[in-house]
Write a protein that binds this ligand. Structure first.
Ligand code: FMN
Length: 205
């Protein structure tokens, strides 16, 4: 069973993020191929990046204890899902900071995004795709986009994300592909540990 971390990408009070988080946990609980664990950025209290050097220069070690705890926690997972709120056409600062606050433990692991907002968080997700590639991650094609109509349906009309069949289909396709990539990359990382392969670290580009 693949160990998947679910990163909650918004920390503000009464955030919408809790709706997709519960819905993703519900979907994951019906599957036998992955185990989803919530990584709520509210619980980690990460400082905004405050290191004397880039993690590329320190072997991926952080001086801030909260960042050290975060990167060690990230190391426990084989794949990730992040909920993506869109703030001014980009990801939230806390989510981008969470990516910056780990280096090696992200590498060669897949990630999927679940966005919401006017256009389903698509602009913020596209921004994150570039960032996570720089971290040597593998962002998968399948994503969930909770756009204006279902967003308002949940917030204003008491609807459930399960009322939107296309969202449920997107969630399941996303999980299917995340597990495929997660198992493939997990096996490949294990082969690398056992012997030969190229090093994942390299100069920043
Ligand atoms: C500072 C700020 C900027 C926002 N900018 C956008 C935006 O560019 N695009 C969008 O679709 N929604 C935008 N929104 C609306 C958010 O999609 C909406 O508030 C959503 O609930 C935020 O996620 P959260 O509740 O989990 O924090 C913005 C909200 C805030 C607070």
């Amino acid at each position: 069973m693949l160990k998947v971390g679910l990163i909650v990408g918004s920390t503000r009070p009464n955030r919408f993020a809790d709706k997709p988080v519960q819905w993703l946990l519900e979907g994951a609980s019906a599957r036998s191929d992955l185990r989803l664990t919530v990584l709520d950025l509210r619980d980690y209290r990460l400082p905004f990046f405050n290191e004397p050097a880039s993690p590329m220069a320190t072997g991926g070690i952080f001086t801030e204890p909260e960042a050290e705890a975060w990167r060690k926690r990230i190391g426990e997972f084989d794949a990730f899902v992040a909920t993506v709120a869109e703030y001014n056409h980009g990801p939230t600062a806390v989510l981008k900071n969470a990516f910056d606050s780990t280096l090696l433990e992200w590498q060669r692991k897949p990630i999927a995004f679940v966005g919401y907002g006017g256009v389903g968080g698509a602009r913020a997700i596209e921004t994150l795709r570039g960032a996570v590639i720089e971290l040597h991650m593998a962002p998968i094609r399948h994503e969930v986009n909770i756009a204006m109509e279902p967003y308002l349906g949940v917030v204003q009309s008491g609807r459930s994300l399960n009322d939107y069949a296309y969202l449920v289909q997107s969630r399941e396709a996303m999980f299917d592909h995340l597990v495929w990539w997660g198992e493939a990359l997990k096996a490949a990382r294990q082969r690398t540990l056992a012997g030969s392969s190229v090093a994942a670290r390299g100069p920043a580009s």
